[in-house]
Design a protein around this ligand. Structure first.
Ligand SMILES: Cc1cc2nc3c(=O)[nH]c(=O)nc-3n(C[C@H](O)[C@H](O)[C@H](O)COP(=O)(O)OP(=O)(O)OC[C@H]3O[C@@H](n4cnc5c(N)ncnc54)[C@H](O)[C@@H]3O)c2cc1C
Length: 330
């Protein structure tokens, strides 16, 4: 005789014991340029968007000072100021901006259920994922000490500030090779700090690096510290670490660029949403549509190539228009 039957709860059943379910037409996750732009467009299209900011209100740009390449600011603007203006503009059209983090997602049904802060469920007709990507760092204390004072994870964003100076790029993959060649066009000298004795970058990118006269590859080197009184003035490296030939090397540089990859913030969606190997959400080219109907992705979370504020904002606009058309067709 069977006395106990194991509980067989589907995800929907599990969710119903949380009383707090709110229905919305358009839910936007993330408050960077992509999320706020999506909110501006969705609000103006009367979708009554609800936006959850995540931990970092305003996104990555709130961690930088000058933003010089966003059109419309001829004198430049600081990242936090610019994102505050994005927020105000979204609020002007009635976007409901809330502090909270998406902690789980159930995208198996027609209505998409997103759990916020582990205790509130939003049931949304459309979801725009604009949760960004986080640059990877080496984990050195010096990276924090010199944040915004010579340490950067974006050559396109910050390279201009190092015109005519000497810089180092850490990494040996395609991104590192791209960043090094980009910086070589601006800087006097670019050191590439490569842990192994080969580059992981594609053959084409390797050739480009090797043919650029002002790039010097420091093979089998690892950065262990940075020094300088007013910002980065140099780096301490270890050559052939852990071998009998191990030696310490000092280089003089003004900028230290990390190019060892990014981690897209897509983990909670991966059960349902297709991503590439790294975790970038795949969208149908030219659109923001994911493989799940009614779920769209915008900004760095779906962009392994450009990762700029203006491209993120552009894709946020696309996502809101895609969401509006999806709802109109229902
Ligand atoms: C130091 C630095 C300087 C830069 N300088 C420039 C520059 O000068 N010019 C330029 O064009 N670009 C610059 N960039 C790049 C630019 O910041 C990014 O390309 C842009 O911010 C991407 O926008 P996004 O909206 O896709 O994501 P992000 O700005 O990364 O925002 C992601 C948002 O998602 C939220 N989030 C994450 N997980 C969750 C979750 N589970 N639930 C809810 N919300 C979540 C976060 O809190 C955040 O608000 C810089 C980047 C850095 C790090």
């Amino acid at each position: 005789m069977e006395i106990f039957k194991p509980l067989d709860l589907t995800k929907e059943d599990q969710n119903t014991d949380i009383e707090n379910i709110e229905k919305v037409r358009c839910l936007i996750l993330g408050s960077g340029p992509a999320g706020y732009t999506a909110a501006i467009y969705a609000a103006r299209a009367n979708l009554k968007p609800v936006l959850y900011t995540g931990l970092e209100m305003g996104g990555q740009l709130t961690t930088t000072t000058e933003v010089d390449n966003y059109p419309g600011y001829p004198d430049g603007v600081t990242g936090p100021e610019m994102m505050e203006e994005f927020k105000k503009q979204a609020e002007r059209f009635g976007a409901d901006i809330r502090i909270g983090i998406a902690t789980a997602a159930d995208l198996s049904g027609k209505k998409h259920r997103i759990t916020i802060d582990g205790n509130k469920i939003i049931e949304a007709d459309t979801v725009i994922i604009s949760t960004g990507a986080t640059a990877k760092y080496l984990g050195l204390e010096a990276e924090t000490r010199y944040a915004g004072m010579g340490v950067s994870a974006c050559a396109t964003c910050d390279g201009f500030f190092y015109k005519g100076k000497d810089v180092a790029v850490v990494g040996g993959g395609d991104t590192a090779a791209e960043e090094a060649t980009y910086l070589a066009g601006l800087c006097r000298k670019v050191y590439m700090i490569v842990r192994r004795n080969v580059l992981r970058a594609s053959k084409v990118m390797q050739d480009r690096v090797l043919k650029t006269p002002n790039i010097e590859i420091l093979w089998e080197h690892q950065a262990v510290d940075l020094f300088g009184d007013n910002g980065v003035e140099g780096a301490i490296l270890v050559k052939k670490k852990g071998t009998p030939q191990e030696e310490q090397v000092k280089i003089k540089i003004d900028g230290f660029f990390l190019a060892i990859g990014h981690a897209p913030n897509s983990d909670i969606f991966k059960e349902y949403i297709e991503t590439d190997q790294v975790g970038y959400i795949k969208t149908i080219p030219g659109t923001s549509k994911t493989n799940v109907k009614g779920v769209f992705a915008a900004g760095d979370v779906q962009d392994p190539h450009y990762r700029q504020a203006v491209t993120a904002a552009g894709s946020g606009c696309i996502a809101a228009i895609d969401a509006e058309r999806f709802l109109a067709e229902l």
